[in-house]
Every structure is written in structure tokens, then in C-alpha cells.
Design a protein around this ligand. Structure first.
Ligand code: HQG
Length: 182
């Protein structure tokens, strides 16, 4: 992210497109898409000035590629991380690599060891292909710890995996027995 305006806009778009489109009177379809002209108009009614160039900059430069624009340029969505009940993206199932990683904070470990990894308010448990990403995800909540998830073994046991457009891996739940502290 190159500047404060882009960072502010990214945070605003994350809030609207993942969590609370209704807060500005916007509707998303089931796949999470918003019409960009409607988004700009709805944001303007709520005192937030957006335009197509700013949105395109944020989508292109976003550090985690959080958003995508439809091929016809008319619509935008967040590619993962949703909590909104109105969104139910039909991700395409994908075979995961043998292991994936989940970064969390040490203070959650005891509960995770009892319940497994659960999605919390989001729609999926988020996993990454590399340890460095997992460390930075875990750091958001405290002293980070990385769990190594036996993704291939889970798949063989019938669990389903998806990969969002930005590379983040998603699954519904990681039960106890399928992860170790790395
Ligand atoms: C933890 C960011 C107690 C879980 C990141 C995590 C990611 C449990 C927290 C994306 C638990 C949920 C998602 C259990 C899981 N008991 N705690 N049984 N099971 N947890 O933010 O994975 O910047 O909803 O370990 O980069 O941290 O937003 O999920 O610490 O990709 O684009 O409960 O969000 O991306 O926290 O992060 P979150 P997350 P963005």
C-alpha cells in the first residue's frame, strides 16, 4: 500500500465488501460482488468520496490482493475474509499441498487444542502456504505461533479446501489431530 489515502480506502472497502455493505445501503450478490457505480454513489451518500481511479489503484496495489474487479470492469468484490451473511461465495474446490500453515497467538492455543481451528465470525478458517505469512497473521493478535496443518491428510479424510483469488487457502474447520505446533 503506497499512501495513506489508499490504506484508508482499502480499510473502508474491506469493511463494506466483507462485513457491512448495509451500513451504506449497498447490496452485494451471493458471490460478494458490488456494482462499482452503486458503490461510489452509496459511499458518497455517506460522506466517503471514491472514484474509479482510486478504486483501481487500491485493487492493483493492495498488499494482499484483497479485492478483485470483474472482467467487464463493472463490479468489485473482496476475495476472502467475509463475515456478511448475505455473501456465500461458491469457491471451487482445490487439492491443497501436503501441508498448510495457520498463524495464531499463543493465548488461543489452549482453546484451539480443545476445539480445533474454527472460523470465528468469518466464513472459513484461513491458511497460508508459507510460514512467513502465517507468522504475520498470528502477530495481529499477540505473540505469534504457527500451526502446521496436515492438509493432504485432511482431504483424504473428506475435508474440502478452496483457494481464494489471492492465494489464501480456506476450509471449514481443522479438527484436533490434523495440526501440530510447528
Ligand atoms: C483463532 C487477515 C480460540 C484464530 C489475515 C485467529 C488472514 C481460535 C482468530 C485473514 C480457535 C480468528 C484471517 C479456537 C481459531 N479457539 N481461537 N478454537 N480457532 N482461533 O481474524 O486467520 O488483512 O477471523 O487462530 O491475513 O487471524 O484481513 O482469522 O487468531 O488472511 O486481509 O481465532 O485476515 O487478512 O481471527 O485471519 P480472524 P485469521 P486481512
Amino acid at each position: 500500500m503506497h499512501n495513506k489515502k489508499n490504506t484508508d480506502t482499502s480499510k473502508f472497502l474491506s469493511y463494506i465488501l466483507r462485513h457491512a455493505p448495509e451500513s451504506i445501503g449497498l447490496a452485494l450478490d451471493q458471490e460478494g460482488w458490488a456494482d462499482i457505480d452503486q458503490l461510489i454513489a452509496a459511499a458518497a451518500r455517506h460522506g466517503r468520496r471514491l472514484d474509479r481511479d482510486l478504486i483501481a489503484d487500491v485493487v492493483r496495489d493492495n498488499d494482499k490482493k484483497r479485492f478483485s474487479i470483474s472482467p467487464d470492469g463493472a463490479r468489485i468484490r473482496a476475495v476472502q475474509g467475509h463475515t456478511s451473511d448475505s455473501v456465500d461465495i461458491q469457491h471451487i474446490e482445490k487439492e491443497p499441498p501436503p501441508f498448510l500453515y495457520h498463524g495464531t497467538a499463543t493465548r488461543f492455543l489452549e482453546s484451539i487444542q480443545q476445539q480445533g481451528l474454527i472460523p470465528g465470525s468469518r466464513h472459513h478458517v484461513h491458511l497460508s502456504q508459507d510460514i512467513a505469512t502465517a507468522v504475520s497473521v498470528g502477530q495481529r493478535y499477540g505473540k505469534p505461533v504457527v500451526l502446521k496443518v496436515a492438509a493432504d491428510r485432511m482431504r483424504q479424510a473428506g475435508h474440502v479446501f478452496f483457494q481464494a483469488d489471492n492465494g489464501v487457502w480456506l476450509t471449514a474447520h481443522v479438527p484436533v489431530g490434523f495440526f501440530d505446533v510447528d
